[in-house]
Design a protein around this ligand. Structure first.
Ligand SMILES: Nc1nc2c(c(=O)[nH]1)N[C@H]1C(S)=C(S)[C@@H](COP(=O)(O)OP(=O)(O)OC[C@H]3O[C@@H](n4cnc5c(N)ncnc54)[C@H](O)[C@@H]3O)O[C@H]1N2
Ligand code: MOO
Length: 519
C-alpha cells in the first residue's frame, strides 16, 4: 500500500520488478526511468491517494486492483484514473495536471522517445478516404445486389427507396365503428365492412355500415364514427354521442406518400423499420450495396485454436473475435486463415487474395518474425498509414495493394487489435460499404483518465447514468476490460479530468444486442 506522505510509494512495484511499467499507456515510449521521473515530479496526471496501492494508480491500465479478485467493472473509475494529482495525506482537493512539460504531438521530438505515425484522427480520415476511393472503383465495376427483403437487413440501400404505390393505397377507416354518410342519425346496414374487403357497396345518405380499422371505406362515406361514440337503438338507428366532423377517422389515400415519391435516399442503412416500409410500399426485393469482402490472416506460430494455453503457446483470441465484428461493420468475411509466422505463406496470401480488404493480425512490429512490413514492401504495396499516434495499437497500418484493394495490419496484442479495428478497419469498411458514419457523441467521464503525453488513448468504458466509467484490465494484451465495455473513450493527449466530456466510440452490439446485428 502507498504510505501517506510518500505518493509514489515503494518503487518498483510488482514484487520489486519494473516489468510492466514499460507497457503503461502514456509511458511506454518514454522509458522506465523517464516515466518514473515524471511520476515522481508529479508531472504526469496521476492520483496518488493515501492508502491506494501504487500499482492501482500508476499502473492502473495494466494492473489488477490490489485486493480481492475484482472484475473489470469493480470501482470502474479507478482504472486508468490518474487524471488528477492531489497531495497525499491532506484533505486538499486534487489538482489536475495535464503533463505540462510534454510538447504537443505536432512537435514530435524523437530525442527521448519514439513518436511516429499519423495522429489518430488523421489516420481515421486516411482510412475513410481510402474506403471512398475504393468504393468509387467498385461502383464502376460492380452492380448492386438485388436481394429479398430479409437478406437486406443490416445492409445499405444502393438506390433510393421510391414508393411503388400510394400509401395508404385507398381510403381506409382509422377506427373500428361505423362508416356514415351525411348527418345522423343513420340507418345501420346489415353487412359489415372488414379489412381486406375489396369493394364495399357505396353508402347512401343517412346510412351507416359497421366497419373495422383498416377496411376500405365505402364510396360516399363522410366520416367514421368510433364504436365508443355511437349508440344503436332498438330500431336499428345509430345515434352519435359526439360530434363527428367531415372526414373524421378516414385515412385518405396517399396521405403518407404518392406512388413515385422518394421515401428514403440511397445510402440509408436497412433497419427493421426500413424493411417494414419497403414491404408496405410494395417491394419484394431491395437493391443493396454489395458487401466488401474481407479475408482475415492470423499470424503467429504461438497460437492455438483449441484447449488451454501450454508450453509457451497461447490461444488465438483474434480469430474468434474479428469475423463477427467485421460482419457488424458490413463486411462479408470470406476466409479466416492461420498462417503462422511463414513469410512466404503471407506473401502468397496477399498476392493471391481477391478480397477488398485483407486484415492481418500480429507481425506489425519489428520482431524477427514480424513479416507484414517486409511483405508489403516486397509486393509493392503503398503504405497509407504506417503507425498511428494511438495507445494501444500504435504499430497498426493501412496499405493499398492496388486495384482498390487494401490491407489493414492489426497489432497482435488483442486490445491493440481492437484499437486498429476501430481506427482503420471501421472507417474504411464504412466508406466502402456506404454506411453513413454515426454522429460523434460524448459523455462526461465519471473519473479522470490519464493521457499519453503525445498520443490519443482509447479506453474501454461502461456507460451508466449518462457517464462513462473507465474500466480495469485494459492493458494492450488484455480483453477483460474490453469484454465488459459499452464503448471506448477517446482520451486526447494530456488526459481528461472527472466530468470532462469524452468522445465515445460505440460498440455496435451495445444497443442492438448480439442476435440482431451479426447477420
Ligand atoms: N521493439 C519494439 N517492440 C514492440 C513494439 C515497438 O514499438 N518496438 N511495439 C509493441 C506493441 S505496442 C505492440 S501492439 C506489439 C505489436 O506486435 P505485432 O503486431 O508484431 O504482434 P506480435 O508480435 O505478433 O504479437 C504481439 C503479442 O500479441 C500476441 N498475439 C498475436 N496474435 C494474437 C492472437 N491472434 N491472439 C492472441 N494474442 C496474439 C502475441 O503472442 C504477442 O504476445 O509489438 C510490441 N513490440
Ligand atoms: O501497446 Mo501496443 O500499443 O499494444 O499496441
Amino acid at each position: 500500500m502507498t504510505e501517506p506522505g510518500n505518493p509514489v510509494g515503494r518503487l518498483p512495484v510488482d514484487g520489486g520488478s519494473t516489468e510492466g511499467l514499460d507497457d503503461l499507456d502514456g509511458f511506454d515510449d518514454l522509458g522506465i526511468q523517464e516515466a518514473l521521473t515524471l511520476v515522481n515530479e508529479g508531472r504526469t496526471a496521476g492520483v496518488f491517494a493515501p492508502g491506494r496501492p501504487r500499482a492501482e494508480t500508476l499502473a492502473a491500465s495494466e494492473t489488477p486492483a490490489a485486493s480481492g479478485t475484482p472484475s473489470a467493472l469493480d470501482t470502474p473509475g479507478t482504472a486508468g484514473t490518474p487524471g488528477t494529482a492531489g497531495t497525499p495525506g491532506t484533505a486538499q482537493a486534487p489538482q489536475v495536471l495535464h503533463t505540462p512539460q510534454t510538447p504537443p504531438a505536432s512537435e514530435g521530438s524523437r530525442a527521448g522517445h519514439r513518436h511516429t505515425g499519423l495522429p489518430w484522427r488523421q489516420a481515421r480520415a486516411v482510412a475513410d478516404r481510402a474506403g471512398r476511393a475504393a468504393r468509387a472503383a467498385r461502383h464502376r465495376s460492380r452492380t448492386p445486389a438485388q436481394v429479398p427483403l430479409d437478406a437486406a437487413l443490416g445492409r445499405v440501400l444502393a438506390a433510393p427507396l421510391t414508393a411503388l404505390t400510394d400509401l395508404p393505397p385507398f381510403d381506409t377507416s382509422a377506427m373500428d365503428g361505423w362508416a356514415v354518410a351525411g348527418p345522423g342519425p343513420w340507418q345501420v346496414r346489415e353487412d359489415q365492412v372488414l379489412a381486406g374487403d375489396s369493394e364495399p357497396a357505396p353508402l347512401a345518405d343517412g346510412e351507416a355500415a359497421p366497419i373495422a380499422t383498416g377496411a376500405r371505406v365505402p364510396r360516399d362515406t363522410t366520416a367514421v364514427l368510433r364504436t365508443e361514440h355511437g349508440r344503436p337503438d332498438q330500431a336499428g338507428r345509430l345515434h352519435a354521442q359526439r360530434e363527428t366532423g367531415y372526414g373524421q377517422d378516414i385515412r385518405l389515400r396517399g396521405q403518407e406518400c404518392r406512388s413515385g415519391d422518394q421515401l428514403l435516399p440511397a445510402g440509408t442503412p436497412v433497419t427493421p423499420p426500413v424493411l417494414g416500409l419497403a414491404a408496405a410500399a410494395g417491394y419484394d426485393t431491395l437493391a443493396v450495396a454489395s458487401r466488401p469482402c474481407v479475408e482475415i490472416l492470423v499470424l503467429g506460430d504461438e497460437l492455438l485454436t483449441a484447449g488451454r494455453p501450454r508450453d509457451g503457446l497461447i490461444r488465438d483470441a483474434l480469430g474468434p473475435m474479428l469475423p463477427p465484428w467485421l460482419r457488424v461493420l458490413g463486411a462479408e468475411v470470406t476466409a479466416v486463415r492461420r498462417l503462422g509466422d511463414d513469410a512466404e505463406a503471407l506473401r502468397r496470401a496477399v498476392v493471391d487474395s481477391e478480397a477488398d480488404l485483407i486484415v492481418t493480425t500480429g507481425g506489425t512490429a519489428a520482431g524477427p518474425v514480424d513479416h507484414v512490413h517486409p511483405i508489403l514492401h516486397a509486393t509493392g504495396a503503398d503504405l497509407l498509414v504506417d503507425g498511428v499516434q494511438v495507445r494501444p495499437g500504435h504499430p497498426m497500418l493501412l496499405a493499398r495493394l492496388g486495384d482498390g484493394r487494401h490491407l489493414v495490419g492489426l497489432p497482435g496484442n488483442p486490445l491493440a487489435a481492437v484499437s486498429g479495428l476501430l481506427t482503420l478497419a471501421q472507417p474504411l469498411l464504412r466508406a466502402l460499404g456506404e454506411h453513413p458514419a454515426p454522429e460523434p457523441y460524448a459523455l462526461p467521464l465519471a473519473e479522470g483518465v490519464q493521457g499519453h503525453p503525445h498520443d490519443t488513448r482509447l479506453v474501454p468504458v461502461v456507460l451508466r447514468a449518462d457517464r462513462a466509467h473507465p474500466l480495469h484490465y485494459t492493458g494492450p494484451a488484455m480483453l477483460r476490460g474490453m469484454a465488459a465495455a459499452d464503448a471506448l473513450a477517446v482520451i486526447p493527449p494530456g488526459g481528461l479530468r472527472p466530468g470532462d466530456e469524452s468522445e465515445l466510440l460505440d460498440l455496435p452490439w451495445t444497443l442492438a444486442g448480439t442476435g440482431v446485428c451479426f447477420t
